[in-house]
Design a protein around this ligand. Structure first.
Ligand SMILES: Cc1cc2nc3c(=O)[nH]c(=O)nc-3n(C[C@H](O)[C@H](O)[C@H](O)COP(=O)(O)O)c2cc1C
Length: 184
């Protein structure tokens, strides 16, 4: 753990995911004193209110990680002009039961890569809307929306675009500063 602990959530379960590549780049570009842990959302069952009272271990673990984090960093693809079901499912689990939302008051930053020309813009703005009900505090800038991902990552999903790496570095710095301002 560092002085400032970020929890990363990747909205893609794909092995060579570009968005997982963005999160790996963030791990390499952390500011001094910051640490990044990436949550595993792949084992979460589909959310049902019937399961809430006796929530599965994976959901309780995610909630604990969210609660312990100083800030949240989400790297998400865009699926059908919105956020992927796996990401929404994870958010739903960690926000429930009503009155026990682990995201409450958390600062957050969003980045995303897609093969399309808008680089997840539509999904990111949907996610910002979700943040309203979660009472999260998203960083506004820089926005990181990587279009035409196949030109900016290698076959294993590693980010190869130097400019984007610089933007991620700036975003992480801004996220730390934003979180510290909020906690004053
Ligand atoms: C169900 C589905 C819907 C998609 N919808 C969009 C979309 O709305 N916009 C877009 O730019 N790309 C879309 N794509 C393509 C993704 O950008 C591409 O699959 C990308 O590699 C996903 O991110 P990942 O590499 O992190 O898994 C879609 C892909 C899937 C599987």
């Amino acid at each position: 753990m560092g002085d400032f602990n970020i929890l990363g959530i990747v909205g893609s379960l794909r092995r060579a995911s570009y968005n997982r590549g963005l999160m790996r780049a963030a791990e390499e570009l952390l500011p001094e004193g910051a640490a990044l842990t990436v949550a595993d959302i792949s084992g979460l069952p589909l959310f049902s209110e019937d399961l809430e009272a006796d929530a599965p271990a994976a959901a309780l673990a995610l909630k604990r990680q969210v609660r312990e984090a100083d800030a949240i960093l989400i790297a998400t693809p865009e699926y059908n002009y919105s956020i992927p079901g796996a990401l929404k499912n994870a958010i739903d689990w960690a926000s429930r039961p009503y009155g026990d939302n682990s995201f409450d008051g958390k600062p957050a930053a969003i980045m995303g890569a897609s093969v399309g020309m808008l680089g997840t813009a539509r999904a990111q703005y949907h996610l910002r809307q979700v943040f309203v009900f979660l009472n999260m505090h998203p960083l506004n800038q820089p926005e990181i929306m990587v279009p035409f991902a196949q030109q900016n990552f290698d076959a294993e999903g590693n980010l190869t675009n130097e400019k984007t790496r610089e933007m991620i570095s700036q975003m992480l710095q801004s996220l730390v500063e934003w979180s510290k301002r909020l906690s004053k």
